[in-house]
Design a protein around this ligand. Structure first.
Ligand code: ADP
Ligand code: GLC
Length: 580
């Protein structure tokens, strides 16, 4: 018992010590420390009730006296002191020790985002900061980052770094921006990041991310910011765990532990060994079949990172299982089975402050669970008007917000569109990507004017309008590591229609008409007929049992899709990796 108490003391001290280390984070650190003190005071209060009461009462009276000089009142107060609130009825805040973590990845909202990775790189660090983590995010300083953020960045320093096998050196600049308890450091190098967008072609991307991974670690050393955990995201940060052990083993970073998160196994950073070896400057022996080598003469940056990382996570439990099978494993299923002991699935959440229909500045009409049915109608009409659909509240509006790639089940949608068009159904598409899909959706818009609308572009505001204005959202993915659009949809009271794969399976509970439970409509095999059936089931409820439909809308809005629980799982993982 005593031992335990001592342990807690140490933890608190540690937390306080960290305050000195990270001045930018003071507020966040102080909060839990304060709470601990409160708890201790509460305990003491119960033990020495009378004494404490008196002292507190005295203090309270003294304070009051200073504020209110009225004599009578003072006397009254002295006779009957105001009741002192002894034990704060606050919910128990789990006091978990502080850890420092750096996120290294290729995109982060609102600076640069091409999909869900950008959302996670933004929302998870924020939630971890709330849960007593000291968090830094490192991403490249791309030219496309909007000026409103570029101008707020502060120059943090610069140095030269050796990179290639012939000792070629490169400039590394660090620009910093602090927001909401999270420190963002941008790696600056015009040669690699001046092209604008994060991803250009694999020929440019391989050197770019060889450079970025090493520069991120070197920047940590330069800033003398030594994290407990280095959390890498997707293949673009794949070399980080390797550099950490092979190039930084004699530095202060030697004790940091590494985690790599698989957001999408489809992209792995594969190129010939010679090129990757040249740019990374990594030694011959890491290019073996258990680490970086793939097939005969290729190197795979993700594969190497997965082997070297202390822990692997992916963004849902189902996907963690799926990627160990040949269909979903993208040629790495055996590798992942081999490393399955250090593989975990933690489902994504969304930032419920950014995605909040009650406050979302982009919406036509704000709403919450109490007025969603009426206000969503307004958003629906405005959406129909905005995208050129016939303004008719009686029709069901099916939304699709997606990168246009075969991962997203677009072949299924394309195949059944003519069957969906029944005079009561409208479809609104927002996305960009493969020309084949862009063209097919353009064709459908042209063919079914006023009934189908295709916005072939990336547009945050329109995405928010669709989440708020559509009745249902289609996510019939071929595979989906987690998927965030179904979470956004539920938060906005839009019913998801999804295929039971990856995170879609883990986050959307199928509608059960007998028990009137569930959050959406689902189907299992990747077949056009099954998608059509799921949409028809949704339509049946929408058109014949609107009360049930509306109840589901409200159930979805009430569902917890926040990061809170999953961030705690990550935090626990950090603690597990760095026991003290
Ligand atoms: P993925 O990362 O595979 O693209 P996710 O469902 O995890 O899929 O995340 C997609 C994110 O990108 C969501 O926040 C979604 O709203 C957004 N998004 C996708 N396409 C567009 C688009 N064309 N315009 C605006 N936002 C989009
Ligand atoms: C990937 C996946 C998507 C996931 C996102 C964020 O882009 O395709 O399913 O939600 O990463 O983890």
């Amino acid at each position: 018992m005593k031992k335990e108490e001592k342990k807690t003391d140490v933890i608190i001290n540690e937390a306080e010590a960290e305050v000195e280390k990270a001045p930018e984070q003071k507020e966040e650190v102080k909060e839990p420390a304060k709470k601990t003190t409160k708890k201790t005071t509460a305990k003491k209060t119960t033990a020495k009730k009378t004494t404490t009461k008196k002292t507190t009462a005295k203090k309270a009276t003294a304070k009051k006296a200073a504020e209110e000089p009225a004599v009578e009142e003072k006397v009254e107060k002295a006779v009957e002191p105001e009741p002192v609130v002894e034990v704060t009825p606050e919910p128990e805040v789990p006091q978990s020790p502080r850890r420092s973590v750096v996120f290294i990845g290729s995109e982060c909202y609102p600076f640069v985002k091409s999909g869900g990775l950008g959302d996670v790189m933004y929302a998870l660090p924020r939630e971890l900061a709330r849960q007593n983590c000291d968090v830094k995010v490192i991403i490249p300083r791309y030219k496309c980052i909007p000026w409103e953020y570029q101008e707020k960045m502060v120059y943090r320093g610069a140095f030269d770094m050796d990179l290639c096998s012939d000792g070629r050196r490169f400039y590394v600049g660090i620009m910093e921006y602090v927001h909401d308890g999270v420190v963002y450091d941008f790696i600056d190098n015009e040669e690699f990041f001046s092209s604008g967008n994060p991803y250009t072609s694999i020929i440019d991307d391989i050197p770019k991310f060889c450079y970025f991974g090493k520069a991120a670690l070197a920047a940590l050393l330069y800033m003398d910011w030594i994290p407990d955990v280095i959390h890498c995201h997707d293949w673009q940060a794949g070399l980080v765990p390797i550099y950490l052990r092979e190039k930084f083993a004699d530095t202060k970073l030697a004790n940091s532990r590494s985690i790599i998160t698989i957001h999408n196994l489809r992209f792995q950073g594969i190129y010939n060994i010679d090129t990757i070896q040249y740019w990374s400057g990594l030694p011959d022996y890491v290019f073996n079949k258990d680490h970086l080598k793939q097939a005969y003469q290729d190197a795979n940056m993700f594969k190497g990172g997965l082997a070297y990382a202390d822990m692997i996570t992916t963004v849902s439990r189902t996907y963690a299982g799926e990627i160990q099978t040949p269909f979903f494993g993208e040629n790495l299923d055996a590798h992942l089975r081999y490393h399955s002991g250090k593989l975990r699935g933690i489902v994504n959440g969304i930032d419920v402050d950014t995605w909040d229909p009650a406050t979302d500045p982009m919406l036509y009409e704000h709403y919450d669970i109490s007025n969603v049915i009426e206000k969503k109608r307004v958003n629906k009409q405005k959406l129909q008007e905005e995208v050129g659909l016939e303004q008719d509240d009686g029709k069901i509006v099916l939304g699709l917000i997606s990168r246009l790639t075969n991962q997203k089940g677009l072949d299924l949608i394309n195949a059944i569109i003519p069957e969906l068009i029944d005079g009561n159904t409208q479809i609104v598409v927002l996305g960009s990507g493969d020309p084949q899909y862009e063209d097919s959706f353009r064709y459908y818009e042209y063919t079914y004017k006023g009934t189908i609308s295709s916005s072939i572009m990336y547009d945050e505001t329109r995405a928010h309008h669709i989440y708020a204005g559509a009745d249902a959202l289609l996510v019939p993915s071929l595979f989906e590591p987690c998927g965030l659009t179904q979470l956004n949809a539920m938060r906005y009271g839009t019913i998801p229609i999804v295929r039971e794969t990856g995170g879609l399976k883990d986050t959307v509970e199928p509608y059960n008409e007998f028990e009137n439970t569930g959050n959406g409509f689902t189907f299992d095999r990747y077949e056009t007929g099954l998608l059509l059936d799921a949409i028809n089931r949704a339509k049946t409820v929408f058109f014949t049992d609107r009360i049930r439909w509306d109840e589901m809308v409200q159930r979805d809005m009430a569902k917890d899709v926040s990061w809170a629980k999953s961030a705690t799982e990550y935090k626990n993982l950090y603690l597990e990796l760095t026991p003290r």
